[in-house]
Write a protein that binds this ligand. Structure first.
Ligand code: 8X3
Length: 254
């Protein structure tokens, strides 16, 4: 891989961790960003035989702290050429008329504002160095509405559209932009976070379904990064074989 340094948000678990492991195996140096310092340091330790990594334990919605951390990157990590915007979350599955406003605000802050902010901070360096790739982890929920998806789906539509617009603005530069849009991914905290720690409810979602695994998404990320320099994968939508875009819902009474 031509790229040397990757910054991954939400790197401590699930898809982010799998991406970190896959990039480490390809000799890419890593900046691991997440809130949980201990988990990041454990991952840093685990990967220490194969690559160097640098930990930023920070809530990415804290714009001041994040900007300061990026300003203070050690010289050997400062030329970030891969940005994987993986941090994101779904909260709740209630209809729009009864959903929790704070949940909506949190999803917009993390999935949209923080993602745009970190991209805005790192993009000028990529363009100036003529080298870079922004990989945004979206969701099939950004394309296919489902009941209770409301603001989560809307934030992921933002991710998809933001990526395509980045691509437009990056025309004339070698910097690439890709939106990876997974369906159901098991073995991650996604569902547990959505249902606020209710393990039973979280596990029910994947019952009887051979869901995607974090490594499947990591493989896709590596694949888009390894394409020849003249190739930009704009969007990649991935589902388990056992999932399909939902059929329109209906109310029999009407
Ligand atoms: C999550 C995709 O299908 O679990 O981003 O709602 S799905």
């Amino acid at each position: 891989m031509d790229y040397k340094v990757a910054l991954i948000t939400g790197a401590s678990t699930g898809i982010g961790k799998a991406i970190a492991e896959s990039l480490a195996q390809r000799g890419v140096k890593l900046i691991l960003v997440a809130r949980r310092k201990e988990q990041l340091e454990r991952l840093q330790q685990e990967l220490s035989n194969i690559t160097e990594s640098y930990v930023i334990a920070c809530d990415i919605t804290d714009k001041i702290k994040l900007a300061a951390a990026l300003e203070q990157l050690p010289a050997s990590f400062s030329a970030v050429d891969i940005l994987v915007n993986n941090a994101g979350l779904a909260l709740g599955l209630k209809g729009a008329q009864e959903a929790d406003w704070n949940d909506w605000e949190t999803m917009i802050n993390v999935n949209c504002i923080a993602l745009a902010h970190i991209t805005r901070l790192l993009l000028p360096g990529m363009v100036a160095r003529h080298c870079g790739h922004v990989v945004n982890i979206g969701s099939i929920a950004g394309t296919y509405p489902y009941q209770g998806g409301n603001v989560y789906g809307a934030t992921k539509a933002f991710v998809e559209q933001f990526t395509l617009n980045l691509k437009a603005d990056l025309l004339g530069t070698p910097v690439r932009a890709t939106s990876i849009e997974p369906g159901m991914v098991g073995q991650s905290e996604f569902s547990l976070v959505r249902f606020k720690g209710d393990k039973e409810q979280a596990e029910k979602v994947y019952e009887g379904i051979d869901a995607l695994q974090p490594i499947d998404i990591a493989n896709s990320v590596v694949w888009v990064l390894e394409q020849p320099k003249h190739v930009n994968i704009n969007r990649m939508e991935i589902m388990p074989v056992g999932q399909a875009p939902s059929r329109p819902a209906y109310d029999k009474k009407q």
